[in-house]
Design a protein around this ligand. Sequence first.
Ligand SMILES: [Zn+2]
Ligand SMILES: [Zn+2]
Length: 106
Amino acid sequence: MDNITASELAGFAVGTFLLSATIAAPKIDALSSASQRSSLGMCKRCGNLRRIACSRCKGTGSVTERGILGINFVEDLLETLGRESKASRVTCMKCAAKGSFPCPDC
Ligand SMILES: [Zn+2]
Ligand SMILES: [Zn+2]
């Protein structure tokens, strides 16, 4: 019976923690991630990963031209039909296909 009581207590504690964390999340998240990292001597921007994912290609190194040319309904149609459209996928010029940048703060 002790085990049940203990796990019930643990469950209650976790529940309370999650509830308070959810309520305070926006503030804590902004504060703690930055202050925690700096107190640990970590980079605020990248958390010592030394790399920042490219915002344009989301770290994949290539982007779709969808929407840029405005004629991609043809590509979409071909893709829907199961044909690979190589033209719609191009190298990301922002990161030179690397998918990430060296952290400017490190
Ligand atoms: Zn950094
Ligand atoms: Zn990129």
